[in-house]
Design a protein around this ligand. Structure first.
Ligand code: ADP
Ligand code: ZN
Length: 543
């Protein structure tokens, strides 16, 4: 078992579930954790939202039988630092920060904690390191006491003058490897081309680092959304008998009851299928899992409880009998197909009535209001995904992970790309529309506005909020009047995927996370006419 090969493996799993309360690792997390715990220097490239923090927060709590120690995290943005530290403290983790803000007393007590060696994680801003002699000597003392566990460089692209966000203070970070060559370093970033990566590794003087980088794209998976008819089971039977005879797969259902019913109906068709869910005994589940893994069962009707920790390489199809709860889940569940790299298919059966049922289930659930709101908005994203019949599926899913994706790279490996030559859709040049949108965002971006708000301004909505802020007077207000709302949304989303706009999330004073819309690195290329935007739209009369 790959996950159990290190002395700290058991502890790593315990911390994951007991402290972070997460069900499993995402791609490259465990690999990066094992590498740093082995004492290696590590470079991690992961899309935003991919889960970089866990790669260093978890190891900070694992001691592998050795002395405890403090992990120093260099982070450039004080607001993100505060956010992270607050989350860690909430989880009962001893974390703190030292930055240029904060009053003298706070700082004093933080130094006391640091010097006592009792902090698991200390966040510092790079300029502190360069200006505070006290900080330098505290770190040095930790090191001589054998309590400097590791150094983390977050947003590591700031080290490189080739990057988009070079910060001179980051240059000085090379002193860590120079002064403490034995202390492992992790550098993490979401944005690095090869040149930036080399520059980062060179400037930080990483020693023969383990490199983990990834796109979230899974090129061997075909994605498709099908309309779910009232009587869809014969269609699923045909999938199993005609399309995938002798091949293994998973059919995801949304409840235990639905798993059992679906499985028993498919059995009546003579198929080797059974159910799997958390309501079964461990023995029953093990039995099903073994039979499926050997191939004596063709498919399993399962809840999302199935799949975690299961490593079957030749899963050829993943069918969603009901739509998933969120796109993240969809990505993880479909990700169980084709681990051997061979062509595999992911088919989602979508009916709006299923979405309404799930909405009602959320309403009835006993969790708090904020959680419900979150679940509702996740589900809405799934609905948008299902109803979108034009944009590349990969582009849509990867956008969720903030990964930019060029749909040409899909190579027609999704339903929407495959039918893109179909007669229902036509290319339209929307460069002027895009420019107007970018102008609107450029004028509003310093006022922390959401994408929804920018859409409203662009559409020329007459809300009190817009009028009170005098945003009905800005250039581009109402420029999108003649467009369908759904098209406006698609164009906004598209502009984010091509980096003309970007969403930045932050936590406000009340502790709520929001994301604000800003212009992105490619905005001026569009405004100056260097870049054009052509997108597909349904032909007139087909919507
Ligand atoms: P990044 O720093 O790469 O942008 P974060 O570390 O902030 O990403 O993680 C993004 C989100 O993903 C967080 O909400 C985090 O809780 C969640 N996350 C991280 N790792 C996992 C995991 N293994 N399983 C589920 N959610 C995860
Ligand atoms: Zn595609």
């Amino acid at each position: 078992d790959k996950e159990m090969q290190y002395p700290w493996s058991e502890e790593v799993c315990q911390v994951l579930s007991n402290v972070f309360r997460l069900p499993g690792f995402r791609k490259n997390q465990l690999e990066a954790i094992n590498a740093t715990l082995s004492g290696k220097d590590v470079f991690v490239l992961m899309p935003t939202g991919g889960g970089k923090s866990l790669c260093y927060q978890l190891p900070a709590l694992v001691f592998g039988g050795k002395t405890k120690g403090t992990t120093i995290v260099i982070s450039p943005l004080i607001s993100l630092m505060q956010d992270q530290v607050a989350h860690l403290i909430e989880k009962g983790i001893r974390a703190g920060m030292i930055n240029s803000r904060g009053d003298l007393d706070d700082r004093k007590s933080m130094f006391r904690l640091l010097n006592s060696g009792d902090l698991s994680l200390l966040y510092i801003s790079p300029e502190m390191l360069n200006t505070s002699g006290q900080l330098k000597s505290s770190i040095s003392r930790l090191h001589s006491n054998g309590q400097l566990a590791r150094i983390v460089i977050d947003e590591a692209h700031c080290v490189s003058s080739w990057g988009h966000d070079f910060r001179p203070d980051y240059k000085e970070l090379k002193m860590f490897k120079q002064q403490y060559p034995d202390v492992p370093m992790i550098a993490l970033t979401a944005t690095a081309n090869d040149r930036v990566q080399l520059d980062v590794m060179h400037n930080l003087e990483l020693k023969n680092p383990a490199v983990f980088k990834q796109s979230f794209n899974r090129p061997n998976l075909f994605y498709e959304v099908r309309e779910k008819s009232k009587d869809v089971l014969p269609e699923i039977r045909d999938l199993l008998t005609v399309k995938y005879p002798g091949k293994s797969g998973i059919i995801y259902c949304h409840s235990k009851m639905s798993c059992e019913q679906t499985a028993s109906k498919l059995q009546q068709f003579g198929l080797r299928v059974t159910h799997y869910h958390a309501g079964m005994t461990p023995d029953e589940r093990m039995d099903v899992q073994t039979k499926w893994q050997e191939g004596s069962l063709q498919a399993i009707c399962a809840t999302i409880a199935f799949g975690m920790g299961i490593d079957k390489a030749n899963v050829r199809f993943v069918v969603h009998y009901t739509l998933p709860r969120n796109l993240e889940g969809y990505y993880q569940e479909t990700g169980r197909a084709g681990r051997d790299g061979l062509y595999s298919e992911c088919i989602l059966y979508y009916a709006y009535r299923d979405a309404s049922t799930m909405m009602t289930m959320i309403d009835r659930d006993e969790c708090d209001f904020q959680t419900k709101e979150k679940q509702r908005s996740f589900l809405k994203q799934v609905v948008q995904y299902c109803e979108n019949k034009t944009d590349c599926r990969r582009l849509q899913v990867l956008r969720y992970f903030n990964e930019t994706f060029d749909s040409a790279e899909c190579h027609k490996s999704c339903d929407n790309c495959r039918s893109s030559n179909s007669t229902d859709y036509e290319d339209r040049d929307v460069t002027e529309v895009a420019k107007n949108i970018i102008r609107v965002v450029r004028q509003l971006q310093n006022e922390n506005v959401t994408m929804l708000y920018c859409m409203d301004v662009f559409r020329g909505a007459k809300t009190a909020k817009i009028q009170n802020a005098n945003h009905d007077g800005i250039e581009g207000y109402g420029a999108g009047k003649g467009l369908d709302r759904i098209d406006i949304e698609r164009i906004f989303h598209h502009l984010v995927t091509v980096d003309a706009l970007k969403e930045m999330s932050s936590v406000n004073k009340a502790g709520f996370a929001s994301s604000y819309l800003k212009t992105g690195g490619q905005a001026s290329a569009f405004l100056s006419g260097l870049k054009n935007l052509t997108m597909q739209f349904p032909k007139k009369g087909t919507r």
